[in-house]
Design a protein around this ligand. Structure first.
Ligand SMILES: Cc1cc2nc3c(=O)[nH]c(=O)nc-3n(C[C@H](O)[C@H](O)[C@H](O)COP(=O)(O)OP(=O)(O)OC[C@H]3O[C@@H](n4cnc5c(N)ncnc54)[C@H](O)[C@@H]3O)c2cc1C
Ligand code: SF4
Length: 814
């Protein structure tokens, strides 16, 4: 019987594995011709990165050499692109016009790189990263030196960047998202990865939106949307892949994102199969080799008429950059009914995601040795309830009796490093505790230096104290910020500054957070602390804010919003009032109300109308009144000496100046001011967070009042003679509060905690200190005074205003 004719289009890793299986199982069953657009044999595409970096050669990564094709009687047509398939006539036509008939056709065309059609994308010097020709082009470019810009901080982009760096180029990676490899890694893993990439001398710019590739005859640079330009001689576009489906589509074969196949890898056309990255199976397309190999086995069996089914794959990823260990598998997004186990140590981050007592996702950074074991548990759907407590420590502990965290720490080997900063091992600490009779954390710090620097190993050291001393050890009672950490607010703040931590993932990693992404308690607090401590460097994280602060309006009980424009010192104008009236009419706003903070509240605004309402108010010169903010709300004033016969000073004018100085500032909790023109106190300044009561001799500065759930009269801070002094002290006081206040702690609570004497010493008695605090406040205001309404009218965070009821924690408007 003559062998049937099998034509294969594409000679990548998937097609190669189909042929291997076919020849192993039934040699001679088919007479095989392979058409490959690439002018070469089948090679291990995933090893292109070591070729690029110079660690391997092309010859090292061959899968099938010419002799293999000859030995198996394969007619390999190198550099032969198939241009058309006729499924009725059962033929293919190659680029040179020759027509070949088939009994069975296997489409294995893989993927093509996505090319963003930026201005300049066709310039010489712009390359993609898919095949050996791309590697050759990069190696040639690297010989000339200079800077390479890699667009895309995913797996391919980072491997390209590391390879080019190894070839001697300066390299910048531009990544659109906030963290690298965000599809495979959560923000904590992405943070560590970025640090490791940067440690290699590769520049990484996240949230980088590339606008254009610059150059006339060839690449000269790249411009970002924010106007930054980066000069370079090479641009590598590594922004994703797209299944190569054009051939199948033109032939009338069903194509969705990829060529649609069933569980037997059959396409919609009779006798046409497809495998590899070009296919879509049960709605999924794959970009990694393991699933393609599973498909290949099934395709080979289908070709031989044997029963087999491919049922989809769970994938795992590793980054192939020498010295950077990254592993990720499954689904690690947060979600309903999911729990996570997190382990952090210096340079190490491990996170397991469980659902229904089964592992569904894993992210490992720095120590990936157990990746394979976790992956097996994940794929096998193994019940892990019995080993849950020790799961994160890997197979060494599997099957052991469930351990409590203290026992798990006790079970660590003596040479396990506990304090990364000072290189102190578990054995040293335990020995010091027993030999020297240490009983507390401070003793351990003094004798071993463990936990004495950054403090992130404090929980571990405490567990060692518990494990060694048992009931004899009583931990110091510092209430932790939340369940995600054992550290208190003050310690976290101290470490943010001391360790120069400038992002939420950095804080969580370096301070050993017990959860991957924090919770509703710690995220907003960290976001505030970072904003306060790194003005101009840290970018506000919208996702760490409650709904009111995200949408810059207060949500009401019916799901609509209230809008309060700023009225400086309670002053308004006929034009502003007309604009407010027009907005109320135009958007059918049901209630317009004067607030206790001397402004006008538009109540009942639909979420989707917010940007348009703000646009109209903005045209009349009004900005957000921040009636939702943990920041400056209002400055209530009386009419003062301008109008009132009792007025001693221009209280309205001072109120306006204070509000202009302080608007936009974020603080631990809301801040309200009042300025009264005389002790009759019509602006009720003596129940505000900061109040000024004008007197004949000048300005009496009050603080720490409250008039909410708690009512408290202010305390007098000092009396000053001039407006300028009053403003300087208010700025310094606000900044001191911003730096010392715990998130959600109002000024009166902060003052009670730290004591009035210390506050007075810092902002009244010591002029230098006062000036420093005031200067820090003004510096921070340079970045804070951006009207959020105007930004959103300009399209920022437009997704927030989609019509849906996203309820969060509400707050009273004023
Ligand atoms: C740099 C790099 C690193 C990678 N690293 C990893 C990794 O670490 N782990 C992992 O699992 N995966 C990795 N991958 C992905 C992996 O290489 C792919 O999943 C795999 O190679 C896809 O195999 P394939 O056979 O479907 O397609 P391909 O290997 O792309 O082969 C398709 C072939 O078909 C040819 N072709 C296309 N159209 C036609 C036509 N009309 N006529 C003739 N020939 C045609 C193409 O030229 C190509 O040679 C990496 C990929 C790259 C580029
Ligand atoms: S506080 Fe004094 S100055 Fe101000 S309005 Fe009242 S009486 Fe007049």
């Amino acid at each position: 019987m003559t062998a049937r004719k099998l034509l294969v289009v594409g000679n990548g890793m998937a097609a190669g594995r189909v042929l291997e299986t076919l020849f192993e199982t039934a040699p001679g069953a088919y007479d095989v011709t392979v058409f490959n657009a690439e002018p070469r044999v089948n090679y291990n595409r995933i090893m292109l990165s070591p070729v690029l970096s110079g660690e391997k050669t092309y010859e090292d990564i061959l899968i099938h050499d010419d002799a293999w094709y000859a030995a198996n009687g394969v007619d390999l047509r190198k550099g032969a692109r198939v241009d058309a398939v006729d499924t009725a006539a059962k033929t293919v036509t190659t680029a040179d016009g020759t027509v070949h008939g088939y009994d069975k056709l296997l489409i294995a065309t893989g993927s093509g790189p996505v090319i963003i059609p930026l201005p300049g994308h066709r310039l010489p010097g712009v390359v993609t990263y898919r095949d050996l020709d791309d590697v050759d082009a990069m190696v040639a470019a690297a010989r000339a030196g200079g800077r390479a810009v890699v667009i895309g901080g995913g797996l391919l982009g980072l491997e390209a960047a590391a390879g080019l760096k190894a070839r001697g180029m300066d390299v910048t990676v531009l990544h659109l998202m906030p963290t690298l490899m965000e599809r495979q890694l959560d923000p904590a893993g992405g943070y560590l990865l970025q640090r490791a990439i940067e440690d290699r001398g590769i520049e990484v710019i996240c949230k980088a939106n590339t606008e254009a590739i610059l150059g006339t005859d060839r690449v000269e640079g790249v411009r970002l949307a924010d106007g930054r330009e980066i000069a370079c001689t090479l641009v590598v576009m590594a922004v994703g892949i797209r299944p190569a489906t054009a051939l199948a589509k033109a032939a009338g074969i069903a194509v969705a994102r990829g060529v649609v196949v069933d569980d037997q890898m059959r396409t919609s056309a009779a006798d046409v199969l497809a495998v590899g990255e070009c296919v879509e199976h049960r709605g999924a397309c794959y970009g990694l080799v393991a699933p393609l190999y599973e498909m290949a086995k099934v395709a080979a069996k289908t070709l031989l008429g044997e029963a087999a089914a491919y049922e989809g794959s769970v994938t795992s990823t590793k980054l192939k950059v020498t010295g950077i260990d990254v592993f990720s598998a499954g689904d690690f997004a947060e979600g309903e009914g999911r729990q996570e186990i997190v382990y952090r140590a210096p340079g190490v981050y491990k996170r397991l995601v469980l659902k229904d007592d089964r592992l569904i996702g894993a992210v490992l950074y720095g120590d990936t040795a157990d990746g394979g074991w976790f992956f097996d548990l994940l794929r096998g759907g193994t019940e892990v309830a019995a080993m849950r407590d020790t799961l994160i420590f890997g197979p060494a502990f599997a099957g052991a009796a469930p351990l409590d965290p203290t026992a798990a720490v006790a079970a660590l080997p003596d040479d396990a490093q506990v304090c990364g900063c000072n290189g102190v091992c578990k054995g040293t600490i335990v020995k010091a505790i027993t030999d020297k009779g240490l009983t507390g954390l401070d003793d351990v710090r003094a004798h071993t230096k463990a936990s004495a620097s950054c403090g992130s190993c404090t929980p571990l050291v405490e567990k060692l104290l518990v494990a060694t001393l048992g009931g004899a050890y009583a931990a110091a009672a510092v209430p932790p910020m939340c369940k995600c950490t054992d550290l208190g607010h003050d310690e976290v703040r101290r470490l943010i500054v001391a360790k120069e931590l400038k992002s939420i993932p950095a804080v969580m990693q370096e301070l050993g957070w017990k959860t991957s992404c924090g919770c509703a308690k710690c995220r907003p607090a960290l976001n505030y602390y970072l904003l306060c401590d790194w003005p101009g460097e840290y970018e506000d994280d919208q996702q760490s804010r409650f709904v009111n602060e995200r949408v810059h309006a207060n949500i009401q009980k019916d799901g609509t919003y209230s809008v309060v424009p700023r009225m400086w010192g309670g002053l308004t104008t006929p034009d502003e009032l007309r604009a407010i009236a027009d907005v109320a009419d135009k958007f059918k706003i049901p209630t317009v109300k004067v607030t206790g903070g001397q402004r006008i509240d538009l109540l009942g605004v639909k979420k989707e109308d917010l940007p348009a309402v703000w646009a109209d108010l903005g045209k009349a010169g009004m900005i957000s009144g921040a009636a939702y903010a943990k920041g400056l709300r209002t400055v209530k004033t009386c009419v003062g000496s301008e109008w009132c016969r009792f007025g001693t000073q221009d209280s309205t004018g001072l109120g306006v100046k204070l509000e202009k100085m302080m608007w936009g500032s974020w603080s631990p909790a809301k801040v309200k001011l009042g300025v009264s023109g005389c002790p009759r106190n019509c602006a009720e300044a003596t129940c505000k967070d900061i109040g000024i009561v004008c007197v004949d001799a000048g300005y009496e500065i009050h603080y720490a009042g409250a008039a909410g759930m708690h009512v408290k009269q202010t305390e007098v801070l000092t009396l000053v003679a001039t407006e300028a002094e009053a403003m300087e002290i208010v700025a310094a006081l606000t900044q001191l509060y911003r730096e010392q206040g715990r998130y959600l702690e109002r000024i009166y609570k902060w003052a009670a905690r730290v004591g009035g004497d210390s506050i007075r010493a810092a902002v009244v008695d010591d002029l230098d200190k006062r000036r420093h605090y005031a200067a820090r406040f003004h510096h921070s205001q340079r970045f804070a005074q951006v009207d959020p309404w105007a930004e959103r009218v300009g399209g920022r965070h437009a997704h927030e205003f989609a019509p849906m009821a996203a309820l969060g924690i509400g707050e009273a408007a004023e």
